[in-house]
Design a binder for this molecule. Structure first.
Ligand code: TXA
Ligand code: MG
Length: 305
């Protein structure tokens, strides 16, 4: 159900849920200070209670009410906010304990989306917002994607998400380490920070929510493929020319940013066509492992594991 910005602010103030556009994916938002509101997020998504939520704020001042902002965090915030960068910091323990899943840290970001920022200006509390999908399904990048999961959920329509994959997460509560790859790459972060940014070891679960499997497709998914076949939905990239009756291309021109933007929409369509035509699964061509390609491959690796 489409709603206006002022209606969204009103619903949020009553501790109810709305879906909101961000530059990365659509979020399922609720008052981060209210346990009642946060419980509704976990219930609606079917999300395990040990998987903490990202807290969305309007600026660094609001962030400093809830997190201890250290020097590295301040540098990254000045360079990348508003934008697709989530920073994990020591928490001042003022937000809902449920949203934080009992941890003493908080994951915080300021999104780059005019609708979202206008709503944050209308309310006096931060918003917890995981992606607006049922747990383990593909993150939504448009109003109609959200509607496909939650037909009756009030949602602000902000068009197609410009980035298309979730924010990069860096943990600065310890020595800097990347918890999730996104469109802001490690190289870009490293240009700002003097100490070495460590990569998380993919099987080492730092936060309770960092399951190896994140998006779990409803059919078999094969990555780095070199041949096609009519029994499969084929996802090509650039000039990879895998042939099938059912296929699409993430970016014919070979732009990884465009591949990121079209990835979830394409996977959603692919799942649907596989099921309607009784295909054996989805085959994806190799995506270069550089720039935002690192984040794309990370997601595909987990989905195919
Ligand atoms: O782009 C995004 O970040 C989107 C939009 C809506 O803002 N949100 C999003 O939320 O991707 P979600 O819930 O799908 O992913 C949140 C991730 C989870 O992997 C969770 O474990 C991690 O953030 N996280 C949250 N709090 C954490 C903490 N204190 N320490 C480590 N990881 C944390
Ligand atoms: Mg998610």
């Amino acid at each position: 159900m489409k709603i206006s910005i002022s209606e969204a602010a009103e619903i949020l103030t009553k501790s109810d849920l709305v879906a909101l556009p961000t530059e990365t994916v659509y979020g399922l938002a609720a008052n981060a200070l209210s346990d009642v509101a946060i419980q509704k997020i976990y219930d609606l998504k079917g999300r395990p209670l040990n998987n903490p939520l990202i807290i969305h704020v309007k600026n660094i001042d609001q962030a400093s009410e809830f997190a201890y902002i250290n020097d590295d965090a301040e540098k990254l915030i000045n360079s990348f906010w508003p934008g697709p960068l989530t920073i994990v910091l020591k928490s001042k323990s003022k937000i809902s304990k449920l949203a934080q899943a009992g941890l003493d840290t908080i994951a915080i970001r300021c999104p780059y989306n005019s609708h979202f920022l206008e709503i944050l200006d209308l309310i006096d509390f931060p918003l917890a917002a995981p992606s607006a999908n049922i747990s383990n399904m593909i993150s939504p990048t448009s109003f109609s994607d959200v509607e496909s999961y939650f037909p009756h959920l009030p949602c602000v329509d902000g068009g197609s998400a410009i980035i298309g994959i979730e924010s990069t997460i860096i943990d600065l509560s310890v020595e800097p380490r990347i918890l999730r790859h996104g469109s802001i790459t490690v190289e870009k972060l490293q240009e700002i920070l003097s100490s070495d940014i460590k990569n998380y070891i993919s099987n080492n679960i730092i936060a309770p929510g960092m399951m190896k499997k994140h998006y779990a497709p409803t059919c078999a998914l094969y990555i780095n493929q070199t041949c096609g076949g009519d029994d499969y939905y084929i996802i090509n990239f650039h000039d990879s020319n895998l042939i099938s009756k059912f296929s699409s291309n993430l970016s014919v021109d070979g732009y990884l940013e465009i591949a990121a933007k079209t990835l979830f929409k394409t996977l959603k369509l692919a799942e649907k066509i596989v099921s309607e035509n009784n295909l054996k699964g989805i085959k994806i061509a190799r995506i270069p492992n550089s720039g935002v390609g690192i984040a794309i491959n990370d997601k595909l690796n987990r989905a195919s594991s």
